[in-house]
Design a binder for this molecule. Structure first.
Ligand code: AGP
Length: 609
């Protein structure tokens, strides 16, 4: 968690660092800070809250410093206070550090340092690092950092500066992300590429375990004492992707980018005859055909995409699919092995639990594929193969377009598996391919229709309700889970999501006169069953808000409000049905005056367990 950026060059860097931090704010926004190397020492500015607060604290004075670092924090160890905000310095004020991650043995290190008389000024785990570096420092920051990373346990990425070496930064990473930006006479180091994207597109990846020495005209990467040669690569992301593009919020913009996310994810992978080509899986067709079981591991919204994928793979390819939240999977006795395909779904490619679950399965000999939106992310590096979604950068903490892209990627995989296993006929596969190809158009049609505006109106109507129950069956079940997660994470309204048929085994007791129940009731073989469940909740006085298929005349007799979506084959209905629930949640949060892009307590990338 947390975002870090460092700069060494010839330009005054205060504004570059502040702007870079603004583009990293999705990684955490409890507090922020910068340090500028000037006048033979450090000028450190820190503030509780988001980057706007840091800008206020920085004031109008402009620094001429050309070396500096910044940090935006998602608290792990220590409360949200200015003292706990990074950067942290050693007692002499000559070493400064920003860190992302966790120092697992910090308590032991801290008490050893305290025994030696070191006085700590924060409650963080990170503060041990500048103190340790200061103790090892003999005029060579690289040597000190090399010694210190041998003393600390955990996963981290940090950047260190010495006031005695004002034209260089030294960074180290273990598991947590870090990337370099190579400019003309200037270098950036950051947690993620967007931090420096407007300044340079020339990037260098830093591998886990490496140390990097960054100066204005050079970057030296070390693996231990060995210097590593590495070519830079040019990224083709559009800098505008990090802007809101005319929408009030990133979340709304990203909801409206979902048709593109779907069509880009299909790209050139789906031929007219339905043949699917998925380069990068690391399995040839013959091996893919022999896959015996599939395990899907993921967290949050990515987990919900996995649940949708299960229906598609089991129906089209007849392979049993087990879907589990990664934080549970990683600690169970793992029975995956050779012959099994394990798919880690993580839009960021950095979620600690998903990475750990993938690792466990890989150690057992399963073939592990990363399904991710981020090129070169840790998940890709830890896997045997990769299946990219092409949703573009997602800034809103609440995932929207990456979810739809994940479902599409899984649908392509399901279709491919059905073909290589001959569980689909050629004409059946071609028809399904056509169904998939139609989805982006249907999403676009929906988002530009009065129906999507109506979903927002329904959200506003119910915005003051204190609790919502979400229900769905079959493929509508993960849709209800995702709708409930969207509502709770951006509006802070308690929700419960349940398989509709399971509702009478407990959750029905929550209902009283007027309780709002959101039901995914799109057309399909379980529609009548869902209607029965609707009647059960209505009999207890509940108000029903249904998501239903356009042209279904019956549903209005059973629901107080209906959010209609375009018709698709039932198995693909989740792609459309989830959108009104995103909009519904959005409208509730906005009506409550909340910041939907940065919900409290959350971060876009969860790199801690
Ligand atoms: C989604 O709205 C959430 N913010 C969260 O559940 C997210 O999906 C989860 O943290 C997994 O992230 P990942 O896809 O980057 O692994």
């Amino acid at each position: 968690m947390c975002g870090i950026i460092g700069y060494v060059g010839s330009r005054p860097c205060e504004e570059l660092i502040l702007e870079g931090l603004e583009r990293l704010e999705y990684r955490g926004y409890d507090s922020a800070g910068i340090v500028l190397l000037e006048d033979g020492g450090f000028r450190t500015i820190r503030a509780v809250g988001n980057l706007a607060e840091l800008r206020k604290a920085a004031g109008q004075t402009t620094s001429t410093a050309t070396t500096g670092m910044g940090h935006t924090r998602w608290a792990t160890h220590g409360r949200v206070t200015e003292a706990n905000a990074h950067p942290h310095t050693d007692s002499s004020g000559r070493i400064s550090v920003v860190m992302n991650g966790i120092v697992e043995n910090y308590a032991r290190l801290r008490s050893a340092l305290q025994d030696d008389g070191v006085v700590f000024s924060s409650e963080t785990d990170a503060e041990v690092i500048p103190h340790l570096i200061a103790r090892r420092y003999e005029g060579d920051l690289v040597a000190a950092v090399r010694t210190v990373i041998g003393e600390i346990e955990g996963h981290f990425a940090f950047v260190a500066a010495s006031a005695d070496e004002p034209h260089r930064l030294v960074a180290a990473r273990r598991e947590c992300p870090m990337v370099l930006g190579v400019g003309d006479g200037e270098r950036f180091i950051a947690s993620a590429i967007p931090a420096f994207l407007p300044e340079t597109r020339d990037t260098l990846m830093v591998e886990s375990g490496e140390i990097v020495v960054v100066e204005a005209d050079s970057v030296v990467i070390y693996d231990g004492d060995q210097v590593i040669a590495r070519e830079s690569a040019v990224v083709d992301w559009d800098a505008d992707a990090a802007e809101k593009g005319g929408f009030d919020t990133f979340m709304l913009k990203e909801i409206h980018e979902q048709a593109d996310a779907l069509s880009d994810t299909i790209g050139d992978r789906l031929a007219r005859d339905g043949t699917v080509t998925l380069d990068g899986l690391g399995l040839d067709d013959a091996t893919l055909a022999r896959v015996e079981r599939i395990h899907i591991v993921a967290c949050g919204t990515s987990f919900h995409a996995g649940l949708v994928g299960r229906y598609l793979i089991e129906d089209w390819a007849h392979i049993p699919v087990h879907v589990e939240v990664a934080s549970e999977y990683r600690y169970r006795t793992c029975l995956a092995g050779p012959g099994d395909l394990v798919i880690g779904i993580t839009q960021s490619g950095e979620t600690a639990d998903t990475l750990a679950a993938m690792r466990v399965a890989r150690e057992r000999g399963a073939h592990v594929v990363a399904l991710t939106n981020i090129m070169g992310s840790q998940a890709v590096r830890d896997a045997d193969g990769v299946l990219y979604t092409r949703a573009g950068l997602e800034i809103g903490v609440a995932a929207t377009k990456t979810h739809l892209a994940q479902v599409m990627a899984l649908a392509l995989l399901a279709l491919k598996l059905g073909q290589v296993r001959h569980t689909l006929t050629a004409s059946g596969a071609a028809d399904l391919g056509e169904d998939l190809r139609r989805l982006p158009g249907l999403v676009s049609e929906y988002l530009n229709s009065p129906a999507s505006a109506h979903a927002m109106e329904v959200g506003e109507k119910y915005a003051d309700r204190p609790f919502f129950l979400y229900l769905g069956r079959h493929v509508g079940m993960p849709v209800s889970y995702e709708g409930a997660l969207k509502l709770k994470e951006i509006s802070y309204v308690p929700t419960e999501a349940y398989p509709a048929g399971e509702m009478k085994h407990g959750p029905i007791a929550l209902l009283e006169e007027g309780s709002p129940v959101v039901v995914v009731a799109t057309d399909g073989h379980v529609f009548d069953k869902v209607v029965s469940n609707i009647e059960e909740v209505r009999a207890r006085g509940a108000q029903v808000i249904a998501v239903a298929t356009e042209g279904n005349d019956e549903i209005s007799q059973h629901a107080d409000d209906v959010m209609f979506v375009p018709r698709t084959p039932p198995l693909l209905s989740s792609v459309l049905a989830v959108i009104p629930l995103q909009l519904f949640a959005y409208a509730v949060a906005r009506a409550r005056g909340l910041n939907v892009d940065q919900p409290r307590n959350l971060a876009k990338t969860v790199t801690v367990e």
